[in-house]
Design a protein around this ligand. Sequence first.
Ligand code: PLP
Length: 370
Amino acid sequence: MNIPLFTTEEETKLLKEEILNEVERVIDSGKFIMGPDVTEFENEVSTYLGIKHAIGVNSGTDALVIGLKAAGIGVGDEVITTSFTFFATAEAISQVGAKPVFVDVEEDSYNIDVSLIEKQVNENTKAVIPVHLYGHAVDMDPLMNIADKYDLKIVEDVAQAFGSDYKGSKVGTIGDVGCFSFFPTKNLGAYGDGGLITTNSDEIAEIAKMLRVHGSKKKYHNEILGFNSRLDSIQAAILRVKLRRIDEWNEGRKRVANKYIEILDGNENVVLPKSKYYTNHVFHQFTIRVKNGMRDSLQNHLKDEGISTMIYYPVPVHELPLYNHDINLPITNKLKDDALSLPIYPHMSDEIVEKVVSKIINYLRSDSYV
Ligand SMILES: *Cc1c(COP(=O)(O)O)cnc(C)c1O
C-alpha cells in the first residue's frame, strides 16, 4: 500500500492535454513575462473572488512581503499573528523590518484566537495577519472591529484557503490585503511557484503593482525599491485551466473530509476537525488530534503501513531559533504535540479513506489495551 498525503496524479490524467495545449500556446506567443495570460488570469480570479484588484506575484511568500509593504508596514512596526502557521507568515513580517507578535490559537479551529489580540495592541501595532489555516476561515467580524478601533491593517494569509469563505464572502477579500499561494500542493496549485495579492484599495494595488516590477510604473523609470516578483505567464495559463475546476475540486476535498468524519465520529482516541458555522471549510488539510500522547507512534505505524501523514507544525514559529520568544501559548503547544494531518486530495476515493481510517482505528484500539 502506498497512500500519499497529496497527489496530482488524477488531475494530471484529466487535464494533461488541455494544459499542454495552453503551455504550447504561450510558448508560441513568445510572451513569457507579464503576458496576456497573467492579465486574463488576474481578471478571472478577481471575478471569482469578488475583489477589485488581483495582482499575480512569484509566490505566496512574496505576496505577503509585498502585501505588507504596500499596506505601509515597515521598520519599527508590530504585526500580530499566529505562531501555529508556516514560517513564511512571520518571515514576511520580519523581511519588511517589522516585528511579529504571536498570540495563541483556538482549540477547535486551530486559527488565531481573535479575543486575545486586543491585549497585545500598543502604539507600534500596525497590522494583524490572520491565517486561514487548513482552509478554515478566521472569525473575521470581531477582527475587523478591532482593526477599526485601533486603525490596524488586516493582511489575510490565504495560502491554504483558496475558495473558502466567511459568511458568504471569499477569504482574501475581507481585510485590506489578501495573500494567496499557488504552491503545487495548495488548493489552487500551479506547476511551479506562484502567488497573488488581492485588494479593493486602488492605492495598495498601485503600490503592489510597482513593487513586483522593481518599483516602477513605467519601465526604466523606477521610483521606489521593489522586487522582481511576477507571476510567470506559463503558470498563469495553467492556473486559468485549474481555476475553472476549483469549486469542483474543493467539493472533492469536502467529500473526503466528510467521509473521514463519518467513520471516525465517536472514536474516543481522536479529536476531529470542526467547521464553524461562519465558514465554508475547503480542507487544504484534514487535521485530527491524537489523544494520549499517541500521535508520533501512530504516525510511525501509518508510515510502516505505507500511509503518508504530516505534522503541521512540529515547531511553532515563536519557538524557532530566529524568534525564540519567551511566551506561553498553551493551545499552540498542545497542538504541536497532537495534531496530525491525514492524506487528502480532491480525487481521493472513499475506499482509500476507509483504508486509512481502519489502520488508525486498529492501531489506537490495540494500543489502548496493552
Ligand atoms: C504555503 C504557505 C505560504 C507560502 O507560500 P509559498 O507560495 O510557498 O511562498 C505562506 N503561508 C502559509 C500559511 C502557507 O501555507
